[in-house]
Design a binder for this molecule. Structure first.
Ligand code: VGL
Ligand code: ZN
Length: 191
């Protein structure tokens, strides 16, 4: 395993029922990230390092839904089972909710709020803990993982993408591959 150390944080992106097979916006193999991420989560816990979980958290009339002119079927509606984390995911750490404003899309975890909807933004929360490097896995490679990774770089974190722990929507068949290339180009380490 990659040597994780002080200053590292694991960011688990949107491992929610609606993004897993059978969910409202089911991503092929989405559930397969769970055992891989659980291994990383345990590693971070053992070393006393932080783990933060992003959660897509939409009001039921969110602008990203087809009925409101968006491109997605309704998904991850607040307080529904679809918005819950996958039942096998080890959830111990802070949750960072995003996309809770009706008129705003928020793919990036850095657009979310940690702990409560009026809590700190992710950037401030990480910096307050002395985090310098983030490890990112989850769903979907071509949307929320990509946006979170690119923002992480923009906010001056070192970013490692756990490629066995991500899955893509692939609206076009190579979107996932392109997203990984774009993240690498931007400076992320693809591990
Ligand atoms: C996501 C589409 C819509 C994601 C969220 O988590 O990647 N994709 N909302
Ligand atoms: Zn969404």
């Amino acid at each position: 395993m990659f040597d994780v150390r002080d200053g590292d944080c694991l960011v688990v992106v949107d491992v929610q029922n609606d993004f897993c097979p059978g969910g409202a916006l089911g991503v092929a193999g989405g559930d397969q990230v769970v055992p891989v991420l659980n291994t990383w989560i345990e590693e971070f816990h053992e070393k006393g390092l932080p783990v933060v979980y992003t959660q897509d958290w939409h009001p039921k009339d969110h602008m990203s839904f087809v009925e409101n002119g968006g491109i997605w079927p309704p998904h991850c509606v607040q307080d529904t089972e679809g918005a819950d984390f996958h039942p096998d995911l080890i959830v111990r750490g802070e949750v960072c909710r995003k996309g809770f404003e009706k008129d705003k899309e928020a793919y990036s975890g850095f657009d979310g709020r940690v702990g409560q909807l009026d809590g700190p933004a992710l950037d401030a929360w990480l910096k307050q803990r002395g985090v310098q490097r983030i490890f990112v896995g989850g769903i979907a490679t071509d949307y929320c993982v990509k946006a979170t990774v690119l923002d992480g770089i923009r906010y001056c974190f070192e970013v490692v993408v756990l490629k066995d722990a991500v899955r893509a929507v692939n609206v076009n068949p190579d979107d996932g591959e392109k997203a990984l290339a774009e993240m690498e180009e931007a400076g992320a380490v693809i591990k």
